[in-house]
Structures are given as structure tokens and as C-alpha cells.
Design a protein around this ligand. Sequence first.
Ligand SMILES: NC(=O)c1ccc[n+]([C@@H]2O[C@H](COP(=O)([O-])OP(=O)(O)OC[C@H]3O[C@@H](n4cnc5c(N)ncnc54)[C@H](OP(=O)(O)O)[C@@H]3O)[C@@H](O)[C@H]2O)c1
Length: 246
Amino acid sequence: MRIAVIGGTGLVGRAVVEALARDGHEGVAVSRSAGVDVVSGDGLEAALAGCDAVIDVLNSTDDEGDGPRRFFTAATQNLLEAGQAAGVGHHVVLSIVGVDRMRGNPHYIGKQHQERLARSGPVPATIVRATQFHDFASMMVSWTRDGDSAFVPPLLVQPVDVGDVAAALVDVASGPRDDGLIEVAGPDRQDLVDMARRTLAARGESLRLTTGWGEPFGVEMAGEALLPGPGARIAPTTFDDWLARQ
Ligand SMILES: NC(=O)c1ccc[n+]([C@@H]2O[C@H](COP(=O)([O-])OP(=O)(O)OC[C@H]3O[C@@H](n4cnc5c(N)ncnc54)[C@H](OP(=O)(O)O)[C@@H]3O)[C@@H](O)[C@H]2O)c1
């Protein structure tokens, strides 16, 4: 199959393009660095020509305030319109487990709009919700670092490997379509503060970690809010496997 990977040069996108090639499909990486802007729509029609399916692993370039909602709305509307015109048969969106339960995080609100548009759009769609990736704790540290300390909220997560998420997206996009909602998670639960501490140690870095709740990671994310439901697809790679590669 010929499958367009929207955001194909990003963290997940690169893994999806690799997984498609491994399975004998043709992946078309779509991003601004590949000459296509999905927010303005420039170059999109040509990029989707002849594609059987789309895998959307875009990320917003503006995570403040209303930015993510505007980004994901414009991008998804353009993708669905261009996909319909090109005869795309399946639109697969990567989203986040628990996204529908969040009210205070702009990125999650943007993803809610992305999901809603895809589900009600003209191209049959499947939403693949993944849990946090194994490097989420280190991403959090990079966002909140202030001198020799960083803030990490005490989230309970069931982190998943990016390669496993990519494999799930390729299975969904290239397999029989069920137009539904799928959850993908890693095999075990972790505390995000502990993940940060262990990631820093594995990389030989020393930082003072502080914790607590504060927007955009408010108390609505406490407890089991970010954990998958009983029907989730459980991927094999553990946090320890990932840590050993750092
Ligand atoms: N991190 C997690 O724990 C986690 C968990 C579950 C789900 N997710 C979801 O995973 C998705 C992908 O995340 P990621 O970390 O792979 O993102 P990323 O590394 O930041 O990649 C984003 C991609 O989007 C492209 N892009 C951005 N603006 C664009 C535009 N206007 N037109 C075309 N392409 C554009 C970028 O390429 P250019 O800059 O070249 O345009 C890049 O290829 C996100 O939607 C996120 O919600 C993440």
C-alpha cells in the first residue's frame, strides 16, 4: 500500500515510515521540511495523490492557549478534504489515552478537536490512542528545567515504546478497517517522577526534581486518568528495555 505519513519526519513519523518499509509498504513522509504545509494546505493535494491511507502523527508547533486547537482543526480539515479528493480509504489518527477526560491542557484540547473532526469527516477514520512514550519524563524535564532543578508532576502512566506505537499504526492502516477507537499501552505502570529520576541517572545527569500539580498538568490527570482501559493493545517493550538503550 502507499500510505502518507503526516508528520513523517517527527519522532513517531520516522518510526512509522521505517515500519511501513519493513512491512513492504510505501510510506510518503509529509511535513514542512518535505515541502508540504498541512495547516495552509500548500503541497497537500500532490502529496496525497495515489495514497490508499493516511497516518496522521502531526504535532502542533504552538502549545500555548488556543494554539493547538487552531493548529489541529486547520490541519485535520485540510487533510480530510484533500484525502477525500484523492480517494484515500482510511484516515488513521494518533491520539492520547485519556484525552477525552482532560479540560485544562491546551494540547489535549487540540487533540480532542482533531479526533472529533476525523470521526465525523468524509474519510472513514480510526483513532489510535497511545499512552505516554518512554521519553515523556525526559521531555517534561526539558520543558520545565530551571537551572539545576526541574518540575515533574506525579503522573501515573503506562508508558509505551515509540516503535511499538508505529507498528500498531501500520497494522491499523494496512489491515481491515473497523472505523473505531483503539488504545495502545506499554506493559507496566510507572510513576513519572521515578521515570525522570531513572532517565537522568541512566544519562549521567544530576538535577533536583520537584513535584506537584500545576497547569497544564493539573490534578485532573491524577490517579488512573491516563491509564488505558481493559481492551487496550499491550505492547511488549518495557521502560527498563528502553532505559537500557539510553
Ligand atoms: N509524547 C507522547 O508521550 C505522546 C503520547 C501519545 C500521543 N502523542 C502524539 O504523538 C504525535 C506526534 O508526536 P511527535 O513527538 O512525533 O511529534 P514531533 O516529533 O514534534 O513531530 C511533528 C511532525 O509534524 C510535522 N509538522 C508540524 N507542523 C507541520 C505543518 N504545518 N505541516 C506539515 N507538517 C508539520 C513536523 O515536521 P516539520 O517541522 O518539518 O513540518 C514533524 O514531522 C502528537 O500529536 C502527540 O499528541 C504523543
